[in-house]
Design a protein around this ligand. Structure first.
Ligand SMILES: [Mg+2]
Length: 305
């Protein structure tokens, strides 16, 4: 049975400006075997073309725009499907502006249907303008819920979630957050894989490094979620979450052989599932993550709301 992959980028393929060891071979195995895949990112600032160039410079050549699905594309898909003749006032960068423009969604600074917030650093003047648009009736939509995003091992930058929270506070209106873990992001990404490779949802695996976005979204969308330990999640903190990954991998390098041989494993190896049989089928399977949380140290603040 053919299996397809949705793959997060930061913390899975690269960290900062360095490829994660084995990532190039992993992507080479995907392309070499014709395995369907899409890189899935909450970053709405770059275009898919920008991301292909970025990976080329990092050492993974041969990718094109069709291999990437960003929260900016997801936002454009969402508005096209739910309100195709709407207008928008955008706080965001090239990837978001291009995605909306390509779907024929017009900019409107007077009476837009939506204020769309993406990644970037808007001026106070633009924030005030967005505030006024919402007061006049525009609905508030964010490309992704990330309050902050990593830029180095010891540095972060404010994310679209923080910008949207500013406008929520100033207007008293709640934003709707697209991007991971919103099921619409996974639904549209799976549809893309289905269209290009006749995939079924049950044949798709999400690979990511963040429990709150990658794994939560996968579980809620009914697809497998593989967690890699090369990014934001430490092995010890997995049990702090109610939702659990289908598998835990040291890195994507562990999947390369499976892809080359075409024999994916269905082994459930989340540490929380380990030893379940020995405790009996009822005890410890429903609320064990809550029990673990009582004596585990608090995880670092969640990246998302
Ligand atoms: Mg990540």
């Amino acid at each position: 049975m053919k299996q397809g992959y949705l793959i997060d980028m930061d913390g899975v393929i690269y960290r900062e400006n360095h490829l994660i060891p084995g990532a190039a071979e992993f992507v080479g195995a995907l392309t070499g075997t014709g395995t369907p895949f899409l890189f899935l990112t909450n970053n709405s600032a770059p275009t898919p073309e920008d991301l292909a160039v970025r990976l080329k410079h990092l050492g993974i050549p041969g990718l094109s725009a069709r291999h990437f699905y960003t929260s900016a594309l997801n936002t454009a898909d969402f508005l096209c499907e739910t309100d195709p003749v709407c207008t928008v006032f955008v706080l965001g960068e090239g990837g978001l502006l291009t995605a909306l423009n390509q779907r024929g969604i017009a900019n409107d600074a007077i009476h837009p249907g939506y204020v769309v917030v993406g990644e970037g650093t808007p001026t106070m003047e633009r924030l005030a303008k967005a505030h006024e648009c919402i007061e006049r009736g525009a609905r508030l939509l964010a490309t992704n819920p990330d309050n902050w995003c990593p830029v180095a091992s010891d540095r972060t930058r404010p994310g679209a979630g923080a910008t949207a929270a500013f406008l929520e506070a100033s207007t008293g209106r709640r934003a709707y957050y697209l991007g991971k873990p919103n099921g619409y992001m996974f639904h549209r990404a799976c549809r893309r894989l289905e269209e290009t490779a006749r995939m079924k949802p049950g044949q798709v695996v999400m690979i990511g490094d963040t429990m709150e976005t990658d794994i939560r979204g996968a579980i809620e969308s009914g697809i497998h979620g593989y967690l890699v330990l090369t990014g934001s999640t430490a092995l010890e903190s997995i049990g702090d979450h109610v939702y659990q990954p289908t598998r835990v991998l040291q890195s994507v390098a562990e999947l390369t052989q499976e892809i080359l041989t075409g024999k994916p494993s269905d082994h459930l190896d989340s540490p929380v599932f380990a030893g379940r049989e020995s405790r009996g089928s009822r005890a410890g399977s429903r609320h064990q993550t809550d029990v673990l949380a009582l004596y585990k140290p608090r995880p670092r603040p969640a990246m998302t709301k």
